[in-house]
Design a binder for this molecule. Structure first.
Ligand code: PLP
Length: 351
C-alpha cells in the first residue's frame, strides 16, 4: 500500500502508468474475492461497508431485516416504502419463523423484497442463520443481502455456498486501511448504481479508484485468508478471559454465550456498573474496549442490539465489548484480568 502511494497513473488510463494501476486494483479484487468465496467480477469496491450496506438496501419496495442489524442497514431499511423488523431470541439470533411470516406477507403483497441478515453481530458476535434464510428467500423469488463485515476473516465465508445475492465487507475490520470496502453483487443481479457518473467498476460505482487503499484492502484480505487458523488460538484466549471474568465477578453476564459466536468477540455486562466507567478504567490500564456500537458514534449510547434481545436498560448500559485479534497475546489477556480484579474489588466494596 505504501509503495502504491508513490506511484502515479489513473487506472482508467491506457498508458503504462494507468495499466500498472489497473493491475493493482484487479489483483486486490482477486484477493478480496478469494476471501469471500466470490468471483472477482462480483466484487465492487466502495469506500467502506456503510456505503456497501446503504447501496444494497436502498430502492427496494419492501425490506425485511433483523432488529440487530448495523445502523448502516437499518437506516436505509427504515425509509423503504415497507419495512419489517424481525425479532431476535434472548441469545441474539434472528427468528426464522418471523422471517417465514414476513416472506409470506411480501409474496401476498407482490412486493419485490430484500431480506437483510448479517452473518455475525458486531456487539455480541452471535452468528445468524444466513444459509437457512437464503434458502427460504430463494423459494419466494426474493433477494438476500448479508453484512459479512464482522464474520469475514474470522470464520470461513463463502458467498456462493451461503446463497446470498449481495454481501458487504469492510477493509478496516480485517486489518486493512480505513476507507475501503466492497459490495459483492451476484453475477446476474441487476442493481442500479449507487453513484452514477464515469464507467469505473463496470459502471456500478463511479469515481476514480483509491488505488493505494484498495491495494491495502487486498493485502489484508490475503493475510486474513492465509491466517484463518489463528482464530482457534484467539477463541481459546477469549474463553479463558470469560472464565476469569465470571470467577472474579460471578454475577457478570456474557451476552450470547449460548449462541454460536465469533471467537474474537466478548460482550460482558456487569450489573451495577456503568459501561462508560468500565471503558475509562480499562483505558487507564492501557486496554481499549468499547461500550455498545462504538464504530457508529464514539458516544456511549444505549444499544439497540441489546434492547432487541430483551436486556433491561440497566444491564445493557453496563455492557462492554472486548474484541481480540490474531495480534492479541496471553499477556494482553492477563493485563485485562488484572484490571478486572481491581474492578471486582471496587464493585465488592460499594455493594
Ligand atoms: N456493519 C457492521 C456489522 C459493522 O460492525 C460496521 C462497522 O463497524 C459496519 C457495517 C460499517 O463499516 P464501515 O466502517 O466500513 O463503514
Amino acid at each position: 500500500m505504501l509503495d502504491v502511494l508513490d506511484l502515479c497513473g489513473n487506472p482508467s488510463s491506457v498508458h503504462a502508468e494507468g495499466r500498472r494501476m489497473r493491475g493493482i486494483v484487479e489483483s486486490a479484487r482477486e484477493q478480496v474475492a478469494a476471501l469471500a468465496g466470490a468471483r472477482p467480477s462480483e466484487v465492487v469496491f466502495t469506500s467502506g461497508a456503510t456505503e456497501a450496506n446503504v447501496w444494497a438496501v436502498t430502492r427496494w419496495p419492501r425490506v425485511i431485516a433483523g432488529g440487530i442489524e448495523h445502523e448502516s442497514v437499518l437506516a436505509p431499511a427504515r425509509i423503504a416504502p415497507r419495512f419489517v423488523s424481525l425479532p431476535v431470541s434472548a441469545e441474539g439470533v434472528v427468528d426464522l419463523q418471523a422471517l417465514a411470516a414476513g416472506l409470506a406477507e411480501a409474496t401476498a403483497a407482490d412486493d419485490d423484497t430484500l431480506v437483510a441478515m448479517q452473518l455475525a453481530n458486531n456487539e455480541t458476535g452471535a452468528l445468524q442463520p444466513v444459509e437457512d434464510a437464503a434458502n427460504m428467500v430463494r423459494e419466494h423469488g426474493f433477494a438476500l443481502h448479508t453484512d459479512a463485515v464482522q464474520a469475514c476473516g474470522r470464520i470461513a465465508v463463502d458467498f456462493h455456498a451461503l446463497g446470498a445475492d449481495l454481501m458487504s465487507l469492510s477493509s478496516h475490520k480485517i486489518g486493512g486501511p480505513m476507507g475501503a470496502g466492497a459490495l459483492i453483487i451476484r453475477d446476474g443481479l441487476n442493481r442500479p448504481p449507487l453513484i452514477p457518473g464515469g464507467g469505473q467498476e463496470r459502471r456500478r460505482r463511479a469515481g476514480t479508484e483509491s488505488v493505494a487503499v484498495i491495494a491495502g484492502f487486498g493485502a489484508a484480505a490475503e493475510a486474513a485468508h492465509a491466517g484463518r487458523d489463528a482464530m482457534q488460538r484467539v477463541t481459546r484466549l477469549r474463553d479463558h478471559l470469560e472464565r476469569e471474568v465470571l470467577r472474579l465477578t460471578p454475577d457478570a453476564i456474557i451476552v450470547s454465550r449460548r449462541a454460536p459466536r465469533l471467537g474474537n468477540t466478548s460482550c460482558i455486562a456487569l450489573p451495577g456498573a456503568k459501561a462508560e466507567t468500565l471503558v475509562i478504567t480499562l483505558d487507564l490500564a492501557g486496554i481499549a474496549v468499547s461500550a455498545g456500537a462504538a464504530c457508529s458514534s464514539g458516544k456511549v449510547g444505549s444499544s439497540h442490539v441489546l434492547a432487541a434481545m430483551g436486556l433491561s436498560p440497566a444491564i445493557a448500559e453496563s455492557a462492554i465489548r472486548v474484541s481480540l485479534s490474531p495480534g492479541t497475546s496471553e499477556d494482553d489477556i492477563a493485563a485485562l484480568v488484572r484490571a478486572w480484579t481491581a474492578i471486582a474489588a471496587k464493585a465488592a466494596a460499594t455493594a
